[in-house]
Design a protein around this ligand. Sequence first.
Ligand SMILES: *Cc1c(COP(=O)(O)O)cnc(C)c1O
Length: 357
Amino acid sequence: MKVTIDITRTKESKLPSIDFSNLPFGKVLSDHMFIADYKDNMWQNPRILPLDTLDIHPANMALHYGQSIFEGMKASINKEGVPMLFRPEKHVERINASARRMCMPELPEELFIEAVKSMVWLERGWIPKDEGSALYIRPFMFATDNFIGVAPSKTFTFMILTLPVGPYYPKPVRLLADEQYVRAAKGGTGEAKAAGNYAGSLLPARIAQEKGFDQVLWLDARYRKFVQEVGTMNIFFSIDGKLITPSCDGAILKGITRMSIIEIFRDKGIEVEERPITIDELFEAYDAGLLDEVFGSGTAAVVSHVSAISYKDRIMQFDQNKFNLSLMAKKEINQLRNGTIVDTRGWVVPVDNHVMV
Ligand SMILES: *Cc1c(COP(=O)(O)O)cnc(C)c1O
């Protein structure tokens, strides 16, 4: 499929007014947006327009029934000044898995990749150059039928926004293992990057914050003891020299950073186990002095250190000075992205001299 994207450029770029040394995450958007419409059973009219508001009918089904999914990826600039994407084909695969689960149409891989590359190429001046900074890419799709009644929409919009984000130096996070609320159950929608999953996580996160924690460590819905993940990150534990991460059981979001870290460590000969792990096993390992490192993985920060986990009346605290596997993973992924080490796995995709009409 040959994708031709119609481009209308902005008359006046906002770029000169942007302070790249101060980029609050999520607030500064680039000049343009990508849009494609799904109607009559096909994707049509792919176009890039100056960033603007949308007209939404009050009966829009996404507002009422939540057919809305998204992705999160980053473009960074390598040493030669070329914008680079990280495993974009994995993001198409995942948005299409999310689409199937939410009864939404899949996107042809060519359309998704071409749309992402065109936006990145057009907005390449917006990619921050500082180490660790990037252009955050937010592809998303939502229902556009105007109908009051629970049913799948027949029309949809797929869009892409891009946002420059500053170097992300995440503070170590303090986690509260939640006994009351769950994020997702097997058979539910936890494996989809579906908007509603995040709405449901806001109240438990706020309660955790009121208790002095940063985020919730989710436990499984059935037994309330198997560790799942955190906010928008998967989680890793280093126990006695071995790396352990919860297996994808149908309720956990299959992070692309997670799968990349697993592969990087296995290639280095470090054992990684994907298996169910209970909060009790973590406390036992902690008490035996074997739980050395806990970190989250996700596109935004690559890895985030965990400094504490609280559960019932107990708390585990982790000494950041002992962390080394997490730093190794972060360094390798960042070096692959900026081209300082050779990408032998074909993960990094350049957006080079992209031909556009
Ligand atoms: C996006 C997300 C992740 C991380 O996925 P990456 O592909 O590594 O960015 C983990 N958990 C949840 C719930 C997420 O939404």
